[in-house]
Design a protein around this ligand. Structure first.
Ligand code: NAD
Length: 351
């Protein structure tokens, strides 16, 4: 019962459940909103301990996708898929073909792509059963690795923060502390290095740290030390929930701008903590929209990297509007971003 109430309060349209014991599959798809277009959002592969945890996760994530696409000006609603499985050990073709049949039952109201735990391989398996899947390898006409576009979008967001704080979009001579050196961070780092930025990087995996250490001038620090780095920008590019009461108090950087999803541990309270400390927080779902922008191009049937990069460039303007609105209204940037997304949803809602 609590899920139905949660859906009603948060405006969710649909929650679909699929089990296929023969292939070890238990999956959920949440459709939050389809007013702007088909609901779009990746499929997360994660071994949730309980069904309650899994359902709450997929419901929350689907709503976040509505806001992400709305704020990015894309013709998509918000949805999310969840396969309850361990991505390191459980993934099989049979499992993902069954999941593809599940996606197909929704007749295009939900379009899937990659998320945490998923790779292009699973998207390819899903594509044997449904056409409502994006993020296929370039060799199959897909958009390939989205991190290239996502990293570019994060760079544009950072330039917008620089203008808001220092009155110039130049990041030359600044220091950026990067948490996590995976796909997006590598793309971001190439733009930052070209812009004359000094990078301080951490990762929990030795191989990722070694990759960063190969770049000239990059300083590597321990995973816990990244919050204390005397930087101009803190860029969370690992997992969510990293900004909390304790870490926010430690931050030295006047700007937080990174790719990770759900960076705020407690959304409203932590956004307010950042505001009170005078730190400009570029809302994660605005900053990292390059990923969904990239698959939006693939959705048209003829993927264009050029279009995706141009559209990701608009993240600069969106972040500028968000910061301006938060200053004008004396509200957090998170609230300002939500208002911008809600405004578009209201304006374009046809019923
Ligand atoms: P990735 O898995 O390639 O990289 C993440 C890196 O973070 C890994 O190297 C991992 O070792 C490291 N890491 C994990 N926990 C850490 C910790 N506590 N401290 C330091 N490092 C840690 O992932 P990615 O594709 O680069 O995505 C990064 C983030 O951006 C994720 O939160 C993802 O959801 C979000 N995001 C990615 C895209 C995209 O296009 N890939 C799009 C939108 C949002």
């Amino acid at each position: 019962m609590k899920f139905i109430e949660f859906m009603q309060v948060n405006g969710h349209q649909e929650l679909a459940i699929w089990t296929d014991p023969a292939v070890g599959l238990k999956a959920f798809i949440a459709i939050h909103d389809t007013k702007l277009g088909p609901s779009m959002g990746g499929t997360r592969i994660w071994p949730h301990a309980t069904d309650d945890d899994a359902i709450m996760d997929v419901l929350r994530l689907s709503k976040a996708m509505t806001y992400k696409s709305a704020a990015a000006g894309l013709p998509f609603g918000g949805g999310k898929g969840l396969v309850v499985a361990d991505p390191r050990t459980d993934k099989t073709e049979a499992m993902f073909r069954s999941y593809g049949r599940f996606v197909e039952t929704l007749n295009g109201r939900y379009v899937t792509t990659e998320d945490v735990g998923a790779t292009a391989q699973e998207m390819e398996w899903i594509s044997h059963e449904t056409q409502h899947v994006l993020g296929l390898p370039e060799s199959l006409g897909g958009s390939g690795n989205p991190a290239v576009v996502t990293g570019y979008g994060v760079f544009q967001a950072m330039r917008a923060c620089a203008v808001a704080l220092w009155g110039t979009d130049s990041l030359e001579g600044k220091t950026v502390a990067v948490q996590g050196f995976g796909n997006v961070a590598m793309s971001l780092a190439s733009y930052l290095r070209d812009a004359g930025v000094k990078l301080v990087v951490t990762d929990i995996y030795g191989a990722a740290k070694a990759r960063a250490a190969e770049l000239p001038g990059v300083e590597i620090v321990g995973a816990e030390d990244i919050y204390d780095v005397a930087a101009d920008v803190f860029a969370p590019c690992a997992l969510g929930g990293v900004l909390n009461e304790e870490t926010i108090a430690r931050l030295q950087a006047p700007i937080v701008c990174g790719a990770a999803n759900n960076q705020l541990h407690e959304e409203s309270a932590d956004a307010e903590r950042l505001r009170l400390r005078g730190i400009i927080y570029a809302p994660d779902y605005i900053v990292n929209a390059g990923g969904v922008i990239n698959v939006a191009s693939e959705y048209t049937g003829s993927y264009s990297r050029e279009w995706a990069m141009r559209k990701a460039g608009e993240i600069f303007d969106t972040v500028t509007r968000v910061i301006q609105r938060s200053r004008d209204e004396g509200i957090t940037t998170k609230k300002a971003a939500d208002e911008i997304a809600e405004q578009r949803l209201k304006a374009e809602r046809i019923n």
